[in-house]
Design a protein around this ligand. Structure first.
Ligand code: GLU
Length: 417
């Protein structure tokens, strides 16, 4: 099939992102063509027997956007709205993320179109195992290495690993990352997304002696957002607002995150929702519009969009989620003087430690938490300064500089017959 330069067969937001990259003159027409299409796209539909004996067909996807830098890498999300468009967009993002951080991986992503809250644990296990069975030929330690993403966790990774190893007939822990440590997972992987972003913030604010002067609002209190809130609070930053899907709480003089965590979590399990906490309530929409030094969107994509972009008053935004700022509104933030640390570096801590996990599995090693965090800091901060240097040299936003570095590395490695 011959594609024309204007033809794009996949997601809308990738189109806009590619247009932005194109406008920078980073890519020639030929190069543009090479990254306009995901390399491999899979959709599977498979039945599971539910607890009540009825049969349901599950629809799921895996997109391997680009495999030129190495095996595909990227999480699997469970969400009722997941579709091919979204998974392609996220796989495109993973391609940029693994490239900009110098990892030996291409970009991939998976999604299962379910609302996980509506299924029992037994059903979720069947759904997870079915995914691996259906996609077995396309995935594997040297082909494409999945990981957790929205609504998936270490337990789901270990079901998937078990299914993979059963079919393969051999031990193969490097097939998947984000596993429980007992099943070959890496120390520090659970906190790595927030930890990576935290290292970047310490660089950003290294000249601010008293971190109490930095006010922070965090949207989303899942694995990334809650850990970030804790890290910032423990290190003296002033976290003024947090939220989850139930709503948020706000205190101008700073929230006590340790107390909040004690209330919301018992034995590491989330038992409460933020709307059950005492204190001033704030909606998710209001949180995003607070006048703070730093806003950390750590939930789903698209939360900063054409409807609210003009009302965003934070000085800086760290994208801890994937794609919280829609590409078509970025220029508004830019002209309002709001600087953005883009997700492809800001939340890359997760995939960086996934890489360490994969490496440990292949070598049969187990690194200490200190070693993992030292390597994470070195890699993420190193990549960040490369982006910052290019941004300064060419007067680009951090996102444009990061895109340029990422795309250039991918293009260099594309195979053309
Ligand atoms: N889901 C995470 C991300 O979006 C981690 C991916 C991985 O570890 O492969 O970066």
């Amino acid at each position: 099939m011959v594609y024309s330069e204007n033809e794009l067969i996949f997601c809308n937001n990738c189109k806009i992102e590619i247009e932005n990259i194109k406008k920078q003159g980073v890519m020639s027409k030929v190069e543009l063509l090479l990254v306009k299409h995901p390399q491999k796209v899979f959709q599977v539909n498979y039945p599971i027997v539910k607890d009540d004996g009825s049969i349901e067909i599950i629809t799921a996807y895996r997109v391997q956007y680009n495999l030129n830098l190495g095996p595909g890498k990227g999480g699997i999300r469970f969400h009722q709205d997941v579709d091919l468009d979204e998974v392609s967009e996220l796989a495109f993002g993973m391609m940029l993320k693994t490239s900009v951080t110098g990892l030996p991986f291409g970009g991939a992503k998976g999604g299962i179109r379910i609302n996980p809250k509506k299924y029992s644990k037994v059903e979720l296990e069947k759904i997870s195992r079915g995914y691996v069975r259906e996609l077995f030929d396309a995935i594997g330690p040297k082909k494409d290495v999945p990981a957790p993403d929205v609504n998936t966790n270490p337990e789901i990774m270990s079901w998937m690993l078990d299914e993979y190893e059963k079919i393969a007939g051999e031990k193969s822990p490097a097939f998947i990352t984000g596993k429980p440590v007992a099943d070959g997972g890496s120390e520090g992987r659970d906190k790595s997304t927030a930890m990576g972003g935290f290292y970047l913030l310490n660089e950003e604010y290294k000249d601010t002696e008293d971190k109490k002067n930095i006010s922070v609002a965090i949207q989303g209190f899942g694995n990334a957002g809650a850990v970030m809130a804790e890290l910032l609070y423990e290190n003296g930053y002033k976290v003024v607002a947090i939220s989850d899907s139930s709503g948020g709480v706000y205190d101008d003089s700073g929230l006590n995150i340790t107390e909040i965590m004690d209330e919301l979590y018992k034995d590491g399990k989330k038992v409460g929702r933020i709307n059950s906490l005492k204190g001033d309530k704030i909606s998710n929409e209001e949180l995003l519009e607070l006048s703070v030094d730093l806003l950390v969107p750590a939930a789903l994509g698209g939360v900063i969009n054409s409807e609210n972009v003009e009302d965003i008053r934070a000085t800086k935004i760290l994208e801890l989620a994937n794609g919280p700022i829609l590409p078509n509104v970025e220029k508004v933030l830019e002209s309002n003087g709001i600087s953005v640390i883009p997700g492809l570096i800001a939340n890359s801590g997760g995939v960086i430690v996934s890489y360490f996990e994969w490496e440990q599995n292949l070598k049969g090693e187990h690194w200490t938490l200190e070693e993992v965090n030292r390597k994470l800091k070195e890699r993420i901060v190193g990549a960040f300064y490369k982006i910052k240097d290019l941004a300064q040299k060419e007067n680009l936003s951090l996102r444009k500089a990061a895109n340029k570095i990422a795309i250039t590395r991918v293009i260099k490695n594309v195979n053309v017959n």
